[in-house]
Design a binder for this molecule. Structure first.
Ligand SMILES: [Zn+2]
Length: 329
């Protein structure tokens, strides 16, 4: 879990993952060690300004942790949705209810520190590539399967963003044309039929009761519940089919599965691997692995992004930042 010294050295950085439910910060020291972790509810219902104030407060807290003994040179932010990294703008985030928000500028003004913005799943993929399960791989897919489904595509060691930043949005490709309506307006999108929450909703449409997720459906399937068994196996098959098509197009070295569904461990990887092999009768399948950084991946990726942005800034700017934010400031 600990990235030890893998991040390389330059100043202190804070990576902040702003999710729909929780915001999670990691503080990374000059040698790449994680020296602090903070969490706070996001409460997006309070409005964007309140969320950004809370995010700024969390970074300020990170600066004052006893272990943060140097100046924080940069802050990286991860956000779910359609993100324009170059302009630092969140174009649309369904989970946060944000549209056309210049998040990097607004947070930078609050903090007096450069802020780099990234897409949460791409940041998670980056962290798994540099510090986690995909270390050493240059062509890999990181698939986050939780409330939704999204992927990060890395080819030749570089992440593919696509002309509109939508590379990897496999969650909104139709997997079942007769399936349930998706919040995007489509019908039977992969994330409606195979995400952790989609699997729970599928079960509840057949067996009414209180809201459940994929973990409960899996437990029922393991206990012999035939509806749960059928839904679990169907969801795994649909996920495998989507991954197989990506692999058929790109020939990946490996596929890393993260998000809440990855907690199923071998009960996910074994049937997914078998379904993937069946969907690729004459193409060697990619290696399949579970993510190693858990729910910290996006925050660590945000810290990596922050540090990379400091490294690419002119040296004069870096000295100015350190002078403006001395230790513990
Ligand atoms: Zn959709």
């Amino acid at each position: 879990m600990c990235p030890s010294t893998a991040l390389g050295g330059t100043g202190w950085a804070v990576g902040l993952d702003i999710g729909g439910t929780l915001m999670k910060a990691v503080v990374v020291g000059p040698d790449g060690e994680v020296t602090g972790r903070l969490r706070s509810p996001t409460a997006p219902g309070a409005g964007p300004a309140a969320v950004l104030d809370r995010a700024a407060g969390l970074v300020a807290q990170a600066r004052h942790l006893p272990a943060t003994v140097g100046p924080v040179s940069a802050v990286g932010i991860g956000v779910p949705g359609f993100v324009d990294e170059a302009s630092g703008t969140v174009e649309y985030s369904a989970n946060l209810g944000w549209r056309d928000m210049p998040v990097a500028r607004l947070l930078s003004e609050r903090l007096g520190t450069p802020v780099a913005l990234g897409h949460d799943v791409r940041l998670g993929g980056r962290a798994e590539g540099e510090l986690g399960a995909a270390r050493g791989a240059s062509d890999y897919l990181f698939v986050a399967v939780g409330t939704g489904i999204a992927a990060a595509v890395t080819l030749g060691g570089r992440q593919r963003r696509g002309p509109s930043g939508l590379a990897g949005e496999i969650g909104h490709v139709v997997a079942d044309p007769d399936g349930p309506l998706c919040r995007c307006g489509g019908r039977g999108c992969l994330e409606e039929v195979a995400s952790a929450s989609g699997i729970g909703r599928r079960y509840r449409r057949e067996v009414p009761g209180p809201e459940i997720g994929s973990a409960e459906v899996l437990a029922l399937a393991v206990g012999g519940d035939p509806v749960a068994e059928r839904i679990w196996s169907s969801a795994i098959g649909q996920l495998a089919h989507a991954i197989a098509l990506v692999h058929g197009a790109l020939q990946l070295e490996m596929v890393v599965i993260g998000g809440g569904l990855a907690k199923a461990g071998t009960r996910l990887v074994e049937p997914l691997g078998a379904a993937l092999a069946a969907d690729l009768p004459c193409i060697p399948p990619p290696r399949l692995a579970l993510a190693q950084l858990g729910d910290e991946a996006a925050g660590l990726g945000a810290a990596l992004l922050a540090r990379a942005s400091v490294l690419s800034a002119p040296a004069g700017d870096r000295r100015a930042l350190d002078a403006a934010h001395p230790a513990g400031a």
